[in-house]
Design a protein around this ligand. Structure first.
Ligand code: BYC
Ligand code: FE
Ligand code: FE
Length: 470
């Protein structure tokens, strides 16, 4: 599993031994770079950024830090080490050896799962491409670019699987990943949340907190896959993913910290005139990003999800640690449902409720961060609390999509929704106020008015390190 770092495409999959695959990937590479130059981070192509680059897959020391311009980033193909004698841990093939090739009967479904995963990665880069212009500090500018290059690498991870295991179909699918674009009316990205703009940094932090966290849970479910190359590639992706969620969790925390300081200093909830973001606006942004991210889990009951599970393609979060039969043929689950105009629960076969079950795990994980944010508020003596709205709030996908549901979880009429939605979701005024705060700060160590500094710098560097050479 040694990493060939001298190759045109760094990799630990012995690419050099497969001439045909190498040629195919080397002919995709310029298309990727053209896409990056056209739809990746706007400007900054010639600036050196203090980035980490994956160079190994081991427990320790898998990344190097150093200055590099983004187009020169070494995007590579890295799979976690294979586990000797790994066995399928769920579904109808439980106990059998994992697959190193794609079984014919699962070719379509696997390609689809990989294409959906792959589609989100460049989508997020496209969504974030204008943020460099308004970065609130050099530290944040660097973190944005770190997230962007790693999402680019995640695209490479999926493209490798498509090229290596799916022949001509896979190569076409890989090309299509560069042809659909976020928000494109003709060829949009596959999933809803990836067609929404990420216009400002508050949105960026909430996106990386919530939407990258969907990535965490989906990737975890894929690390359980019987298709071992998918399991191994997603395992390695999760190492990078942790930083993206860190950027979100600490980014939101720093906004809240600054808001709390300004509220104290001026003894008011409305701190807009002092260059801060009101808690009520933060809550509305949170409601928006959380609800559109919940849509990414798909239908609450889904025969697709049941098939993926039965076939061994996609497991549950921490599948192997769960204490049950890992087949779920005789098990039921109390799923949320809407009956007679109110929210209730009904018993459904567990295997059909796997999207909702993954979502349950996601929600619990989200709550941890909200609790930490609330501690910042209570330590500052502020009694207002942030909260996750009800899972049915503002949904476009799943059982709640046909209803208007308040953040408290009450079904409401169209009239009430229209009347109240400006209290629950960002209004054009909220968005333009937040946009008005987005002035770039480029002096090392300095932060925008609405944001507290981070607790520490990156890779033991000070906060005022020159993270991007402008
Ligand atoms: N928007 O059976 P259903 C990340 C479609 S994020 C539009 O209910 P299923 C990242 C669905 O495709 C992680 N369409 O759902 C984060 C299906 O269409 P077909 C991304 C949607 O299939 C930040 C139909 O509705 N990875 O990595 O069980 C930055 C019925 O679907 C949506 C994955 O998602 C939607 N929201 O579940 C960068 C993992 N939802 O087939 C990166 C791979 C559903 O009837 N994907 N539809 O034409 C999957 O596991 C599944 O495809 C989904 C959907 C969980 C997304
Ligand atoms: Fe990713
Ligand atoms: Fe990510």
């Amino acid at each position: 599993m040694k990493v060939d770092y001298a190759a045109k495409i760094p990799n630990n999959v012995n690419l050099a031994e497969d001439r045909q695959l190498t040629r195919a990937l080397e002919s995709w590479q310029p298309k990727y770079l053209a896409w990056w130059n056209q739809l990746g981070p706007k400007d900054f192509a010639n600036n050196e950024v203090f980035l980490r680059t994956a160079v190994d897959v081991g427990q320790e020391g898998w990344a190097n830090f150093g200055y590099v311009t983004m187009p020169e980033y070494r995007w590579g193909i890295f799979l976690a080490e294979p586990k000797p004698d790994r066995r399928i841990s769920f579904g109808e093939h439980i106990g059998q050896p994992v697959w190193n090739e794609v079984p014919g009967e699962y070719r379509f479904d696997l390609r689809r799962l990989i294409a959906v995963q792959g589609d989100t990665e460049p989508a997020s880069v496209e969504q974030q491409r204008h943020l460099g212009k308004t970065a609130p500090s050099l530290y944040d500018l660097r973190n944005l670019f770190q997230v962007n290059v790693e999402e680019g690498r995640h695209l490479w991870a999926m493209v490798y699987l498509l090229h290596r295991y799916f022949g001509k179909d896979g190569r076409e699918e890989a090309d299509a990943l560069l042809e659909r674009h976020s928000g494109d009316p003709d060829r949009p990205r596959l999933l809803g949340a990836f067609n929404e703009p990420t216009p400002d940094w508050l949105s960026f932090y909430l996106f990386t907190y919530f939407t990258d966290r969907d990535g965490k849970f989906q990737l975890h479910a894929l690390t359980e896959s019987a298709f071992d190359p998918l399991a191994r590639t997603t395992q390695f992706m999760l190492k990078e993913e942790a930083h993206h969620m860190f950027v979100g969790a600490t980014g939101v925390a720093r906004v809240i910290q600054r808001t709390a300081e300004l509220m104290k200093e001026h003894d008011t909830d409305d701190i807009r005139q002092y260059g801060g973001i009101n808690l009520s606006i933060i809550q509305k942004y949170l409601n928006f990003h959380y609800s559109i991210t919940l849509d990414l889990f798909g239908g609450d009951t889904s025969s697709n999800a049941a098939n993926y599970y039965a076939s061994g393609l996609k497991g549950r979060y921490h599948e192997s640690e769960r204490q049950d039969d890992h087949r779920l043929l005789n098990s039921t689950y109390k799923a949320e449902a809407v009956t007679d105009g109110h929210i209730d629960s009904i018993e459904v076969p567990t295997i059909t409720a796997l999207n909702q079950i993954l979502q349950d795990d996601f929600i619990a994980d989200c709550q941890n961060g909200v609790d930490r944010w609330n501690r910042i508020l209570s330590e500052a003596g502020i009694t207002t609390k942030l909260y996750l709205p009800h899972r049915g709030f503002n949904r476009q996908v799943g059982i709640f999509a046909d209803y208007h549901i308040t953040p408290e979880g009450v079904i409401c009429s169209d009239e009430e929704w229209e009347l109240k939605k400006s209290e629950w979701l960002p209004t054009p005024d909220d968005r333009s106020f937040v946009a008005s705060l987005m002035v770039p700060v480029r002096e090392p160590g300095k932060m925008a008015s609405w944001l507290a500094p981070p607790a520490t710098g990156i890779a033991n560097k000070p906060i005022d390190y020159i993270y991007v050479k402008l």
